[in-house]
Design a protein. Sequence first.
Length: 530
Amino acid sequence: MPSHFCLSIRFLDSAFHGRRDGNQPEWPPSPLRVFQALVAAAAKRRGANDFAALRWLEQEPAPVVIAPVAVVASHSYRLSVPNNAMDIVARAWARGNDSNSGDANPATHRTMKSIRPVLMRGGDAVHYLWLLAEPADETARANVETLCGVARSVVSLGWGVDMAIGHGAILSNDETNTLQGERWLPSQGEMVNELRLPRRGTLAALENRHTGFLNRIGSGGFTPPPTLTAYETATYRRASDVDRKPVAAFALRKPDGSGGFRAFDTVQRGLTVAGMLRHATGLAARLAGWPDDSINTCILGHGEVKGAAHVTVGAQRFAYLPLPSIEFRGPGKARVVGSIRRVLLTTLTDGYENEIAWSRRAMSGQVLIDEDMHKQAAELSTIPANDEIVRIYVQPSSTWATVTPVILPGYDDPAHYRRRLKHGVEADEQKNLLDKLHSRIEALLRKAITQAGLSQELADHANLEWRKVGFWAGAEMADRYGVPQHLKSFPRFHVRIQWRDAQNKPVSIPGPICLGGGRFYGVGLFATSE
């Protein structure tokens, strides 16, 4: 089972004063800041193996950070601080001036500084989690044990007033899941929070800087200590933050040149539209000179060589999403699911911005071919992502509902609860069986969320509803929709999701969102219902 080195910093006060570049508030405290606190503690301890353990730690990948929710204080307070003008005082003393008056008095060379700290809410501890190799070797465990001892000598983190207590331990996955706070994850996506990290050579650079500080005044005058440059930066985002996925949106036009929409039935023809779009994208890529292996994996979703058994490529591929129109109809102007008149070419993982941008250029004007009918079915016409229908599938929202049902990633009734219910049972036993069936479906839906690349935190805290009847007017019963042949035996449900974070606050998630089996072909597609 995977284990983590957990370094916990517990603050004695709810205010944190550390600043990032540009004198901006920093939260959570960066891993480099924690590393510097460990270096200071090790220098005080003078343990035999402390610096060897720190050299090991500076080479480890960026840690996960779990921190309390924090806000910048609404009001600042002011401190009287020196303004680094002691050279004026020294010259006044050299002239023999009275040290209690004028420039010779240090108290006259102070300035007022406005302070606005970050205030922690709902906790006082920040945890840093480094994943250990499995199984962890003896050297790593010895280094972790040493660092646990160093952590106990930490006295502050941030400014000197940010007094804190350090603690280190090795925790299992289950134990890390009990840690309270927002999870900040290293990410390669859009920048949300940039934090500094140690790297190989950071410890040596800190020692050099300290030596320079001690020797800053010498016979040649003042020499400023060297600036610390031996560090890296990493983008961090909350586990509840989701990147906007790149999309290429197209209208389906009649191939006769009239320019009108070509509509397809959502229930029975959705998979056909996705298949035609996939085929057309493959042809365009081949004409554009894409390598065969990129076409097979990224566009066709095949990880195997031609003629071999199918090998999945996971999320590293295009997704072809037919978009049913959602329109206001009737006297009450209810939102009703209609036919498919648009498609979305996207990806359900990070990256592929360049590939999707290529498809946006290359696919406009391409013709979809209905191989069963042996004729042109529709022509693609590029439309913007802020199109009134496309926007319903991509704009951020905290509440989403399916327009096509989710195929569960597994059987919801392996113990045959439904069969037992049909045979008639006592009321208590009936409630017990229904609860078990409910829990099984819920667990599979949360599994589908993580399989789609969303975080475990979002999966754990989402409010879920499911049923066979659609949540949208115009949606059909879940079992009526066409699904891939190999998934027909798996249960399917219409689902509504209200995204929540660990504090049960609504979280707006951008689309597209597509969950469950067949998600790369538009089965399990959600639209915002806010």
